[in-house]
Each structure stands twice: as structure tokens, then as C-alpha cells.
Design a binder for this molecule. Structure first.
Ligand code: SF4
Length: 715
């Protein structure tokens, strides 16, 4: 049997689902992937939105009969594959196959930690805990994705979740009924393992140096979806991190442990807590004045390490590791050494310990490991890693952390993948820049070892979408930009009567625009952070007319088909934040190597991020709408051509709101209620005196041509 027999005209899917339409791009892609698996190839595959990429790799993976790991960047896609796509295929495939889901340990309940938490809180009744407790009694997975309405940052979940540090494995008295053990057992025997990049790269980083620490079972082929995120995620796993959260969790667990000498444990926990606080205060005292400001966030492909709204990130240099910071570090090192020695790693010398011996030994190992990591981070400035890694500090309301990661992940990935002999397929809707895979090859260390294939989107962007560029707004760096962007965003939302997703590169702009839109728009205005992501997206989808404002993660993975998302507004071009320590180190490394960092790194990265944001608009063949870019530099600067040429399809472009109105009237002729707002927009545009946009350079010839094309299209 071939993929064609499943996906093609008259195939198994067509027979099972009346109305199923085969997609030529999907058929070609699945045949190419089948060949790559059979020939143990490395393959880069860009599949435009609507190609049907997931089935295009799942079908050949299943038919190959090999042990295959599918790795995704997000848990959403992981769940979609495991809960929707694979069950659907299992129902129609003639030969049975099995699959298992593997997520990071933090996604599963740890029965030992649950029991400890229950013992501790026996006197306090918490209805939220009672609900969670009842769920644990009936779940077969222990996976937090199955808990209804669990907030993303639930503190209760943190108390009872498993983690690499707290898991004690075979020596645990709950091991027979452990959700993590069951997850690993299922994965060991399954044909298809659905993992995510965090787990995959944790495994890859460990596998070479320490095979017995491997996270995934042995496999023959890996298919990495959402592969544009690999560089950022893999960088974390080739790096080292120590945070106050890690130290305080160790102190908390030490204070709670069940020993016959609880006073000693509690005293050590209290001292660790106090020393951690003093160390964090010393580090906070070194935050450079210039960074004590609300920061611009990274987005999409340029997300870097995903800083939060109130975090500052600054480089860690040897000068900083002096004085009070060094003194507090030595205090911390001392207390960690004392704990690690007391709770000897093999558990043999733990005095007076009874059933807690494995738990104490695990705590001892955690203390030793965090001590090692701190020492690595401290000495890095002098060691060999000084040449390859960059160190930085993150300080925010939730704590302080020190991080180190390779400046260039490519060589580490090349080494790690070098140990993997089977096929490796890297796929995403956004891998090419102006049609070339060069950037992604270089960043992932693939060199010329991978073949490539592109399957364009079947959507007709030339009819379904319009790109509007607001060339008359001030430059995004101008103080007047946020106010002007807010007014233009409101105007655009009036044309489409809401139905909009507004994507920002800074929280500052987001807040400014949100405040204004709430004053002037009659539609529900939803703002990232005010409610969980899934609730915001559900409201955008279900309450047609809603307007959602977001940054960072919403540039990717938002899939709202239909009229509920008819307008995507992007405030500015998503260049990686140049003062982010990791980005700054990459720029400086490229410069030192004689390369142009803007052309080799910043521009292609921005092009992929913009492509992701743009891709939120058209999700099906019947969708239609507008992408509005409020950053006119794309039309004025020479690099704009690279960004425009990287966008999917042949989407017409305009700089006129009148064209937006005309386009909207064509694609949604029933949208009569928007007419008044639209007339207002056109009127304002007509009334604008010649040269009103005084701080704006003239539109390029390219933009003028595109506007003419837009008129032809909409006419
Ligand atoms: S085996 Fe590990 S994860 Fe499972 S219950 Fe025990 S400590 Fe928790």
C-alpha cells in the first residue's frame, strides 16, 4: 500500500469520508516523505498552509512499519495528532498500528508528590484541590491536558506535578501505578511516538554523552514538525540554567520531606531559602539602569528565550560576578554542598531515614546538580565554553535566573544528529526565505546533508487576501507611532466590524492600542494575559466581531478559520530584539566571522516570523481577509522586498484604505453595516492634504505597482 491509496482520489479516506477532497500537494509531499524514510534521508520540507502537511507525513510514517518519533513544537499540535489525526487514520487503515504520547514530566501528576501534598494540607479544605484529586482517581493518563479548566499557571499543579528533579523512578512506592512510568512503557512498545521538541532535544542532548539518561525509547526515524522553532528550543537543551525558582523548590521539598530528624531538614531548607533570597537581591542590584524599562518582546521565530512582560535580560560578565554577588554565591555553594553531602546521592548514608531514603537521595542529587550548574555558569568566562556560549541574567517579578546557551546551535545540532543514522524530516509552513532554505540549513547545522522540497499553499492568496501597508504612519521608533497605530487599527476594525487579531512586538504598544480600542470600538476587545490563551481564542472564534490583541506566542499556532478572523493587524516588523543578550551575541559572532549579521540573521529571522503572523489569516479555501501592516518600512526600505517576497502566494498589496474597503465589500458583500465606517475612512483619506504624511518617505515604485494591481484585483 502507498500513501496514494490512503490520501488519493478513491483512496481509503475518500471512501470513509463522503465529500473528502484529495489535495495534489499533499499527495506529492507524502510520496516524497515515503521515499525519504525508505532511503534514510534528511529532508527539509516546506508545506504551505492548507497543504494537509500532518496527514502527508503521518500516512507514510505508519505505512513504513518503522519505529517513528513525531516531534512538534507545541503541545496543541501534539494533542491534535494524538487525539484526532491518528485515531481517524487508525479507523481506516487495514493494518493496525499503535501510538503513544510523550510529554515533559511536568505535564503528569506525580502520585508521590500528590500524597505528600495531601498529608501537608490535611487541615485545609480547598475545593480546587478536591476537584483535582477526584480527577486523579479517574484519569488513565495523569496528563494535565485532560483536566478541565486548569489555569496555565496553576500553583496547585506545580505542587503535584512530576519533574526530572523530583522523580525517583523504580524505587518509588507508587511506581506500579505511576503515570510517568506508564507513559514510558507505552512509548517503548508503540509504533509511533508523538513527542515534542523539548523532550526530543532533551533526549538528543543527553543521548550522546549519557545514553542511559535517554528520555525517548530507541527509534528509527524522526519527523520534526514546526521545525522553524528548533533553533530556539534546542539552544535551551545545550545550555545551563539556574533560577531562584529551582533553588526555592529544592528548599521547599527539603522542608517537607518525611524524616525522623525533621528539624535538621527544616533548618537546612530555611538557610537555603534565605541564601537564595540574598543572592537574588545581589543580582538584582546589578541590573543595568538602561534595562530597567518595559522591554520589547521577541515574537514568532524571533522569540529568543521568550521573555515575559516585566522581565529584564542582560549579559552576565565576569565583572558582574564580583563583590556581593560573588560572596552570596559562595554562601549558596556552601549550603548546597552541605545538603548534598548530608543527603548522600546513593542514599546509603542518610541517617535515620526510613521509607524516605530514595526521596532524600534524589534531593541530594538535586542539590549536587544545581551546585554543579552554578559552578559551570560561574567559571564559564574562563573555560572553553567562553568561546561558544553566551551567559545572561533574567530578572523579573517571579525571580532571577542565570542562563548560558550556545551562540551557534548549528554545530551542536550537527554533532547530535550525526549520531542518528535514520531518516530525519524537518517540516513547517515557514522554512524558506525568498524561496531558499539557506538560512535554516545554516542555523540548524544541516549544511548540504539534507535534500529539500517545497509544496506551496493551495490557497488563492491573489483572490482571498489583501496586504495593506500603512505607509503614512510615523516610523515605529517615533513617539507618535503608538497613538497613530491605535487610530489606524480602530479604523481597520471598523471596516471589518471587528473579527480581528492584532499582533504586537511590544507590550507597551499592545497596552496603548488596547486602551484606545476599548474606548472607541463597539466590539469585545480581548487582551492577552487577561484570560488564558485557549479562552481568548474560543471567544474570538465563537463571538464573531471580537478583536484580540496579543504578542509572542499568538504569532504562531492560532487557527481560527472563517469570518471570525478576517483581519490581521501587525504593528511592526518582527525583528529580533537586538539588545537581547543571545541575539546580540549572535550578531556579534557573525560580524566577527566577516558576515553581515543583518542579511545573514536578523532579516531572514524576521521574514520567517512575518510569514508566521501573515499565516494566521487564511486557514481554508473559503476564507478571505486583510493583513494590515502598520510599519511602512516594508515599502520604504530595500530589505522590504525580501520580506514581501517571502510571504506566501501572490497576494495583492495596497497602501490605500479605499482599496481595503473595496476588497472587503467584494469578499463580504453582506457586510452592509460596515459601510458607514468604510465611507468615513475613504472620506478621511480623500481629505488628507497633499503631503499630510510629512514624515513619510514616498512609496516605492514596487508599492505603487502593487497598489495598481490591488485595484485591478478588487475592481
Ligand atoms: S515514580 Fe516518579 S513520577 Fe511516579 S509517582 Fe513516583 S516519584 Fe512520582
Amino acid at each position: 500500500m502507498t500513501p496514494l491509496d490512503v490520501l488519493g482520489p478513491g483512496g481509503l479516506l475518500a471512501a470513509a469520508f463522503p465529500g473528502y477532497e484529495h489535495r495534489p500537494g499533499q499527495l506529492e509531499m507524502s510520496a516524497r516523505i515515503a521515499r525519504a524514510i525508505a532511503d534514510d534521508e534528511r529532508l527539509l520540507v516546506e508545506a504551505g498552509t492548507g497543504t494537509g502537511k500532518t496527514l502527508a507525513y503521518l500516512v507514510p510514517a505508519i505505512l513504513s512499519g518503522r519505529k517513528i518519533v513525531i516531534s512538534t513544537a507545541t503541545k496543541n499540535l501534539q494533542d491534535q495528532i494524538a487525539r484526532v489525526d491518528l485515531p481517524r487514520l487508525a479507523a481506516i487503515m487495514p493494518r493496525p498500528f499503535t501510538w503513544a504520547v510523550m510529554k515533559g514530566l511536568g505535564n503528569y501528576v506525580c502520585r508521590r508528590r500528590l500524597a505528600a501534598f495531601e498529608r501537608q494540607s490535611v487541615l485545609v479544605r480547598d475545593p480546587a484541590f478536591d476537584r483535582l484529586r477526584a480527577w486523579v482517581d479517574q484519569t488513565s493518563s495523569g496528563d494535565r491536558a485532560d483536566v478541565p479548566d486548569l489555569p496555565d499557571d496553576s500553583p496547585l499543579w506545580r505542587e503535584i506535578a512530576s519533574s526530572p528533579e523530583t522523580r525517583i523512578g523504580g524505587r518509588c512506592e507508587h511506581n506500579d501505578r505511576c503515570f510517568v512510568t506508564a507513559m514510558r512503557r507505552d512509548a517503548a512498545t508503540a509504533d509511533i511516538v508523538v513527542a515534542n521538541h523539548h523532550l526530543f532535544f532533551a533526549d538528543l542532548a543527553l543521548r550522546g554523552a549519557w545514553p542511559e539518561a535517554a528520555v525517548l525509547p530507541p527509534y528509527e526515524t524522526v519527523i520534526l514538525d514546526e521545525a522553524h522553532q528548533i533553533e530556539d528550543i534546542a539552544g535551551d537543551f545545550f545550555g545551563v540554567h539556574v533560577s531562584t525558582m529551582r533553588l526555592l523548590t529544592l528548599a521547599r521539598d527539603l522542608g517537607r520531606v518525611d524524616v525522623t530528624d525533621p528539624l535538621r531538614a527544616q533548618s537546612a531548607a530555611a538557610r537555603l531559602q534565605g541564601t537564595t533570597g540574598a543572592w537574588a537581591d545581589a543580582l538584582r542590584g546589578r541590573v543595568p539602569r538602561a534595562t530597567r524599562m518595559p522591554r520589547k518582546v521577541g515574537v514568532g521565530v524571533g522569540a529568543g528565550a521568550g521573555a515575559g512582560e516585566d522581565e529584564v535580560r542582560f549579559p552576565l560578565s565576569d565583572d558582574l560576578w564580583t563583590g556581593t554577588v560573588r560572596a552570596r554565591y559562595h554562601d549558596l555553594d556552601g549550603i548546597l554542598e552541605e545538603i548534598a553531602t548530608w543527603l548522600d546521592a546513593d542514599g546509603q548514608t542518610v541517617r535515620n531515614a526510613t521509607r524516605s531514603a530514595p526521596e532524600l537521595a534524589a534531593l541530594g542529587r538535586r542539590a549536587a546538580s544545581v551546585r554543579d550548574d552554578l559552578s559551570t555558569l560561574t567559571d564559564m568566562g574562563r573555560g572553553t565554553r567562553a568561546q561558544t556560549d553566551v551567559r545572561w541574567i533574567v530578572a523579573g517579578p517571579r525571580g532571577v535566573g542565570i542562563h548560558a546557551a550556545p551562540v551557534d546551535v548549528g554545530p551542536r545540532l550537527a554533532d547530535a544528529f550525526g549520531t542518528h543514522p535514520g531518516a530525519a524530516i524537518f517540516t513547517s509552513a515557514t522554512l524558506t526565505v525568498t524561496g531558499s532554505f539557506d538560512y535554516v540549513r545554516q542555523r540548524l547545522g544541516l549544511g548540504d546533508t539534507a535534500a529539500e522540497a517545497v509544496y506551496p499553499s493551495p490557497f488563492r492568496y491573489e483572490r482571498q487576501a489583501l496586504l495593506y501597508v500603512a505607509v503614512d504612519l510615523p516610523e515605529p521608533t517615533d513617539d507618535r507611532f503608538p497613538a497613530a497605530a491605535a487610530e489606524r487599527a480602530a479604523e481597520l476594525c471598523r471596516i471589518t466590524e471587528g473579527r480581528a487579531l492584532l499582533l504586537f512586538t511590544s507590550f507597551r504598544n499592545l497596552r496603548h492600542v488596547a486602551e484606545r480600542l476599548r474606548q472607541v470600538l463597539p466590539y469585545p476587545v480581548l487582551v492577552q494575559g487577561e484570560r488564558p490563551r485557549h479562552a481568548l481564542l474560543a471567544e474570538l472564534r465563537d463571538q464573531v466581531g471580537s478583536v484580540l490583541l496579543a504578542t509572542q506566542s499568538f504569532w504562531e499556532g492560532v487557527d481560527v478559520p472563517g469570518e471570525a478572523l478576517s483581519l490581521v493587524v501587525i504593528d511592526r516588523l518582527p525583528f529580533a530584539v537586538p539588545d537581547d543578550p543571545l541575539t546580540a551575541a549572535r550578531i556579534s559572532r557573525l560580524r566577527d566571522e566577516g558576515n553581515d549579521p543583518f542579511g545573514a540573521y536578523q532579516l531572514p529571522r524576521a521574514a520567517l516570523a512575518l510569514k508566521q503572523g501573515f499565516g494566521r489569516l487564511i486557514r481554508t479555501r473559503s476564507d478571505a481577509g486583510i493583513v494590515a501592516l502598520l510599519d511602512g518600512r516594508i515599502a520604504r526600505r530595500t530589505y522590504g522586498r525580501t520580506l514581501l517576497e517571502s510571504l506566501p502566494g501572490n497576494c495583492p498589496r495596497t497602501e490605500s484604505l479605499a482599496d481595503v474597503v473595496a476588497f472587503w465589500s467584494r469578499v463580504r458583500p453582506d457586510a452592509g453595516a460596515a459601510e458607514a465606517a468604510a465611507r468615513g475612512a475613504i472620506e478621511r483619506e480623500r481629505r488628507a492634504p497633499e503631503g499630510a504624511a510629512s514624515d513619510v518617505a514616498p512609496a516605492t515604485t514596487c508599492a505603487a505597482e502593487a497598489a495598481a494591481q490591488a485595484n485591478r484585483t478588487t475592481g
